[in-house]
Design a protein around this ligand. Structure first.
Ligand code: IPE
Ligand code: IPE
Ligand code: MG
Length: 238
C-alpha cells in the first residue's frame, strides 16, 4: 500500500455552503443557487466513489435552516424530491447506499417519501455510503441519544454506569460509521454550524472560499491532497 493510499480519508463530511451568495453574485434568486448546488453534488458523489472514499456525509438542511423564509425552505425540499427522482437510478447502478441522518418526521410528506424511497431502493448496496443530513442538528442528535439511553436505563436494559462514549456513539444516527476523517466546508465560513458535533472531535477541517455550486472534483482533490499531508496526533506525540 502506498503512503497516499494509506492516508486517504475513509469518511468525508461536507458542509455545502455558499449557494445563496453564488446566486446573488450572478443576479439570480437564492433557489437558483440551491439548484446549481444540486448539480454540483452529483459530480461530488461520483468522484467520492472514484477516489475510494467509503463514506460521504453532506449537510443539506440544518435544524436552524427553518428560520429562513418559507419560500426558500419549501423550495429546498422540492429540490430534494427532484434530486432523488433524477439521481436514484444512477446511484443504485453505482452501488451507492443512501442514508438519511436527521429528523425527517418534520419534512413535507412528499420529501419524506422521496427520502424513504431512496434509502429503501439502495439499502442492499455495498459501495459508497452516501448520507444526507436533512433537518439535522448535532446537538439535537446528542439529546436524542441521551433520550434513547435513558429509556434503556428505565427499562433495565443497561445501568447508568454502562453509559460510556461507545454507548453514546451507538445511539447516534452515525452508529454504523467511522468518524469523519476530513470535514470540508465551502463558502469560506470557519464554523461548524451544528454539524456532526460529536463525530468531528478529531476530524481534519478544510475550509475553502469556493461556493458550493463551484465545488468541482478538482477542488475536492485539493482538499484530499491537503488532508494527506496532515499529521494526526489525537492528543499524542508523533
Ligand atoms: C447552503 O447555502 C445551503 C443550505 C443551507 C440549504 P446557503 O443557502 O447557506 O448559501 P449562503 O451561505 O447564503 O451563500
Ligand atoms: C450550514 O450552512 C447548513 C448547511 C449547509 C445545510 P448555513 O448557511 O445554514 O450556516 P450558517 O448560518 O452560516 O452558520
Ligand atoms: Mg450559508
Amino acid at each position: 500500500m502506498s503512503e497516499n493510499e494509506r492516508k486517504m480519508p475513509v469518511h468525508v463530511a461536507m458542509i455545502m455552503d455558499g449557494n445563496g451568495r453564488w446566486a446573488k453574485e450572478r443576479g439570480m434568486i437564492r433557489l437558483q443557487g440551491h439548484n446549481a448546488g444540486m448539480e454540483a453534488l452529483r459530480e461530488i458523489v461520483r468522484h467520492s466513489a472514484n477516489i475510494g472514499v467509503k463514506y460521504l456525509t453532506v449537510y443539506a438542511f440544518s435544524t436552524e435552516n427553518w428560520k429562513r423564509p418559507e419560500e426558500e425552505v419549501s423550495g429546498i425540499f422540492k429540490l430534494l424530491v427532484r434530486y432523488v427522482k433524477s439521481e436514484i437510478d444512477e446511484l443504485n447502478r453505482s452501488n451507492v447506499r443512501v442514508q438519511i441522518i436527521g429528523d425527517i418526521s418534520r419534512l413535507p410528506e412528499e420529501s419524506a417519501k422521496a427520502a424513504g424511497y431512496a434509502v429503501e431502493t439502495t439499502k442492499d448496496n455495498t459501495g459508497l455510503v452516501f448520507s444526507i443530513a436533512i433537518n439535522y442538528g448535532g446537538r439535537a442528535e446528542i439529546a436524542r441519544a441521551a433520550r434513547l439511553l435513558a429509556k434503556d436505563v428505565r427499562a433495565g436494559r443497561i445501568a447508568p454506569e454502562d453509559i460510556d462514549e461507545a454507548a453514546v456513539a451507538s445511539k447516534l444516527y452515525t452508529a454504523d460509521m467511522p468518524d469523519p476523517d476530513l470535514l470540508i466546508r465551502t463558502g469560506g465560513e470557519h464554523r461548524l454550524s451544528n454539524y456532526l458535533t460529536w463525530q468531528t472531535a478529531y476530524s481534519e477541517v478544510y475550509v475553502t472560499d469556493v461556493y458550493w455550486p463551484d465545488f468541482t472534483p478538482e477542488e475536492y482533490d485539493k482538499a484530499v491532497d491537503w488532508y494527506t499531508g496532515r499529521d494526526r496526533r489525537y492528543g499524542g506525540l508523533k
